[in-house]
Design a protein around this ligand. Structure first.
Ligand code: HGY
Ligand code: MN
Ligand code: MN
Length: 421
């Protein structure tokens, strides 16, 4: 693809217009940008995305799993298709770039292909995946899991803290739950060729090295912990300190143990406690029970499983010193997934041909790419996040970086289209 300066000059303006357009659709009562899955703002934003897909000439087919699938027909419909995309749902109080850059950047890449009269041999699928962010059902990447055949009937029976089933939330959103399972794995029936996702880094590595493009080496695996500390409720005014079985003190030590484990990771590894729920929560009662929610991530699967074992031992031992018992429920969110070396090579060659610097980066954030990697060789392109911030209103990426990322995405798709294996 020639780097025709006139055409490429259009990218920043169009991407900016699309990012502004999408960021107008969010929950007005929540700070930052909130477009959580199944919410009204999310419903509105999907209609907006569908219209943008049609504007750029895609044939839009919502698949049975709630993903919005735009198809750019290739010359050879029998060939296995290329796939790109991301998500447009957000965390609560999130930002304007996480996920949006990948979906809107893919639309811009389609515009560039058309403006350069570049018809691909293969169909190109542009997907806005349903519900990438982790939600109250404890399930992230719902759309890409379904597409990869990883969503089960048991998942649809998951309940939120109101007791509502996930399947019923699909139905209330207008997606037939039986269709979600029936369509699940549709991509397994039609072999996919390659998957590439453009995304903001959501971390500080690219900004620190002053490099505009990251080529992802691997996406971190995630293990989540729900630990229940059982002590003994007592009168806070009369029970001597040495005789207490204070569940919250034991949990507080566990929070520090989680942090210590994360800080000790030799490669990329992090650990975060996100919630402590103390019962009964009255000021005059020694906490009898505490539930702690935490997670660990690493691109090093060996470290991740060892860290789980160490943390379980350490927290149990520490709690016993306070006469507090601990039960652990570990939930596996996703495997650590290396990017395909050949797709990594294609992306980095595209960046080299533009004479732009790039660096290999791990992704501590998870993405739909983790599940798409089950279906075909996967790669990801990162652009810098200002201050490494994300999942917050301050999330920001420079338009010229996004435009470069779009150009690299378009060039990568053209190259991958030519690969045959
Ligand atoms: O949790 C994540 O890493 C992603 O932002 N959903
Ligand atoms: Mn994301
Ligand atoms: Mn996110």
């Amino acid at each position: 693809m020639s780097s025709n300066p006139d055409l490429l000059a259009a990218i920043p303006e169009r991407c900016e217009a699309d990012l502004i357009g999408l960021s107008r659709i969010h929950d007005p009562d929540s700070e930052g940008w909130t477009r959580t899955v199944f919410s009204d703002p999310y419903r509105e934003s999907r209609e907006w995305i569908r219209a943008r897909m049609i504007d750029v000439g895609l044939e839009v087919h919502p698949d049975g799993a709630g993903n919005l699938v735009g198809v750019l027909p290739g010359r050879n419909p029998a060939a296995s298709p290329l796939v790109t995309g991301s998500h447009t749902d957000t965390v609560r109080g999130g930002g304007r770039f996480d996920g949006a850059v990948g979906v809107l950047g893919a639309l811009e890449a389609v515009r560039l292909l058309r403006e350069h009269d570049l018809q691909l041999d293969r169909d190109l699928l542009v997907i806005d995946f349903l519900g990438e962010e982790s939600n109250e059902f404890g399930l992230s990447c719902m759309g890409s899991r379904a597409l990869a055949g990883e969503l089960s009937a048991a998942d649809l029976d998951r309940q939120d803290h109101h007791g509502t089933r996930l399947g019923d939330r699909y139905a209330a959103f207008g997606i037939d739950p039986s269709g979600v399972l029936a369509s699940s794995g549709w991509a397994k029936t039609r072999a996919l060729h390659r998957y590439v996702e453009l995304h903001v880094e959501q971390g500080p590595l690219l900004e620190e090295s002053g490099v505009p493009i990251g080529v992802v080496t691997a996406i971190a695996g995630i293990e989540r912990i729900l630990a229940t500390f059982t002590g003994r409720p007592d009168h806070a005014g009369t029970m001597p300190m040495g005789d207490r079985r204070d569940a919250l003190v034991a949990a507080a030590e566990a929070v520090l143990a989680v942090r210590q484990e994360g800080c000790g990771a030799p490669v990329h590894g992090v650990a975060t406690t996100s919630q402590l729920v103390s019962e009964p929560g009255s000021p005059n009662v020694v906490p009898g029970r505490v539930r702690m929610q935490a997670e660990m991530r690493s691109v090093d699967p060996g470290w991740l499983s060892e860290a789980q074992r160490r943390l379980t031992e350490k927290i149990t031992l520490q709690a016993s010193a306070y006469g507090v018992d601990v039960d652990f429920e570990w939930s596996h969110d996703n495997e650590c997934r290396p990017a395909s070396p050949s797709v990594h090579q294609t992306i980095s060659s595209a960046v080299d041909s533009l004479g732009i610097a790039w660096e290999p980066v791990p992704s501590g954030a998870t993405h739909d790419a983790v599940h798409m990697a089950r279906l075909c060789p996967m790669g990801m392109i990162f652009v810098p996040s200002q201050g490494g911030r994300s999942h917050c209103p301050e999330e920001w990426s420079e338009l010229d970086h996004i435009a470069t990322g779009v150009q690299v995405l378009a060039m990568t798709l053209v190259e991958l289209d030519r690969t045959t294996d």
